[in-house]
Design a protein around this ligand. Structure first.
Ligand code: TYM
Length: 330
């Protein structure tokens, strides 16, 4: 039975990039193995400084995930900080992680390029991620393309430790002390674009949260950046953010119709944006209704997270016992 694991940071409301790049694939994979999905609040602490916002977004992400179809009986959903073994393993892994490997990671390099002073947590971020993954003997890690490098770092750290302790008790997968994980990235949604055509990201302020209210969501869609072609001019669908986003929701025939209307000219960007909004709004309608029903009982999410924490902890504590023994801490 395959172990599937992934995480999402509670740094704001989940957006279309999070949904198509990670949440939707995670929900599909809950049918195919033992799935562990967590809300990465330790990771979020590298940037979030408002404790109320941290708590609110943590519950919000859980609610969104459940509304989108995560089944808490099939999959384990939990809060990272409820399982302190994550940070214990991160320390052990960091003792085997060459500094240059972390200096080469893109989040750290981007920070330096912007002349910002990174905190140590940002530098060590990929090591904590490796701990998240290795703690559950994960085989498959469904993520967007921006996380691929982090899974590669995980594989390198796990390989180095497996070679250091060849006689250690083996993981159930049998690779050595740790299972070597594989990223799972779905090519056509690996990098969902945002309102300005760059990668959709909370840090670029170009996101469309999946459960925005109607008015702000409409306003965001109408604000998608386009060129200044007049209504009558033919337009190129292959470079359009509107078409790229429409493809996520619309059926093949509707996408072909929009592409043909782009090429023909005579339709303005405003009309295309309305079509996009309608498709988007309809797509999330059933999930929005489910979210409202779940939110009506505030204790429900807390219960789901508490039971997820207990199930996650059982696995994490067994792995930690194996690791402590292997490295001589017991
Ligand atoms: P986070 O919270 O930034 O994003 C959660 C997931 O959403 C994906 N994603 C996207 N996919 C496609 N297009 C986009 N525009 C887009 N924006 C975000 C991300 O790739 C990610 O899969 N470090 C992780 C959280 C984490 C984690 C882990 C993931 C912590 N530990 C262990 C996997 C395994 C993060 O910051 O995700």
């Amino acid at each position: 039975m395959k172990r599937i694991l992934s995480g999402i940071k509670p740094t704001g409301a989940p957006h279309l990039g999070n949904y198509f790049g990670m949440m939707k694939p995670c929900i599909a994979l809950q049918e195919q193995g033992e799935a562990f999905y967590f809300i990465a609040d330790y990771h979020a602490l590298t940037t979030v400084r408002d404790p109320e916002a941290m708590r609110e977004h943590t519950r919000g992400v859980a609610l969104d995930f459940l509304a989108c179809g995560l089944d808490p009986v099939k999959a384990v959903i939990f809060r990272q900080s409820d399982v302190p073994e994550h940070t214990e393993l991160a320390w052990i892994l960091s003792c085997f992680t060459p500094m240059p490997m972390l200096e080469n990671c893109h989040a750290f390099k981007d920070h330096l390029a912007k002349q910002k002073t990174p905190v140590h947590g940002l530098f060590a971020y990929p090591v904590l991620m490796a701990a998240d993954i290795l703690l559950y003997d994960s085989n498959v890690v469904p993520v967007g393309r921006d996380q691929k490098q982090h899974v590669e770092v995980t594989r390198d750290i796990a390989g180095a430790i497996n070679r250091t302790y060849p006689k250690a008790g083996h993981s159930p997968g049998g690779d050595g002390l740790f299972v070597i994980p594989e990223p799972s990235i779905i090519p056509h949604v690996a990098t969902v674009v945002g309102l300005d055509g760059q990668k959709m990201s909370k840090s670029y302020d170009n996101t469309i949260p999946i459960f925005d209210a109607e008015k702000p969501m409409r306003k965001k869609i109408m604000g998608i950046v386009t060129d200044s072609s007049p209504v009558e001019a033919p337009k190129d669908p292959s470079v359009s953010t509107i078409v790229a986003l429409y493809r996520l929701f619309a059926g093949e025939a509707d996408v072909e119709k929009m592409e043909a209307d782009f090429r023909a000219g005579g339709v303005g960007y405003g009309d295309f944006k309305k079509r996009l909004f309608d498709a988007l709004w309809e797509y999330f309608r059933p999930m929005r209704e489910k979210r409202a029903a779940l939110a009506a009982d505030p204790t429900h999410v807390d219960g789901v997270l508490a039971s997820g924490a207990a199930r996650a902890h059982a696995v994490a504590s067994a792995t930690m016992e194996r690791v402590r023994r292997a490295v001589g801490l017991r």
